[in-house]
Design a protein around this ligand. Sequence first.
Ligand SMILES: Nc1ncnc2c1ncn2[C@@H]1O[C@H](COP(=O)(O)OP(=O)(O)O)[C@@H](O)[C@H]1O
Ligand SMILES: [Mg+2]
Length: 285
Amino acid sequence: MSDAFVSPAPAATTASVTPAAVEVVGVDKIFTAKKKATVTALEKVDLTVAPGEFVSLIGPSGCGKSTLLRLIADLDSPSLGSISVFGKTARQARLDQEYGIAFQQAGLLPWRTVTGNIELPLELHGVGSAARKARSAELLALVGLSDFAQSYPDQLSGGMQQRVAIARALAESPRLLLMDEPFGALDEMTRERMQTELVRITAETGAAVVFVTHSIPEAVYLSNRVVVMSPRPGRIRDVLTVSLGSAAERTEQLRENEAFFENVSRVRELLHGEAPVGIRGVETR
Ligand SMILES: Nc1ncnc2c1ncn2[C@@H]1O[C@H](COP(=O)(O)OP(=O)(O)O)[C@@H](O)[C@H]1O
Ligand SMILES: [Mg+2]
């Protein structure tokens, strides 16, 4: 139940037992480039994600969602403040492969089979061939692609390619997944199916997820909490706790429920808080 995330246990007990999956404290990110205006992409961002929690970042284009995700992934570093992942520095967490990453483009290697793509991170980290085979078979079953083990990426639909990318991100059983609009390039029906799959997969693996999207229904459907960001400078405007039940209760029918619509409306209101006329770059369907 999402209630577990509403009132976390006191810091004194959680800190010593299980550190947060992600802890962002007082983070600013300022981009400066020669002959260009300085951009404050993030300002005073504080965010804690509990182990196993699903948190979405939503906000208009350019509000700093991808920047925040990149900082957590140690693909860039904050100008101010600190970030830890399972109690480690972002850098150490990256070296320890604490998280898997999936982006809007599946980013598969076209000359490798589905299995070859999924096994790639394991190969790079010296996992033996038998263990790799066992793991990729398990992951293919998890994402429903067992029949496509020997196919090449260009033989798969966009949704299937994205499932391969998710399987690859899960290869090393990370406790955290960082996802930046992973379903953004998919048609609406495929996208909804992928969302249902992702709810199931994260429930089965117990991984925490930080998920960037600009779709309100997607954020509501997937998340324990929705973090609403505002642009220029990117700040956290509000955080909404979604109480739509466990993964098992998040079925396709949920999308027709009153409670679902209520949460969608609440996120929409939070997003439009200071600018009621509609914000470019956010899907309100
Ligand atoms: N490497 C960079 N150099 C300069 N400006 C950047 C860079 N990356 C992002 N920005 C700027 O930071 C702001 C936030 O970008 P981004 O995090 O990509 O937004 P979002 O993912 O929410 O659409 C934007 O104004 C963008 O132009
Ligand atoms: Mg982005």
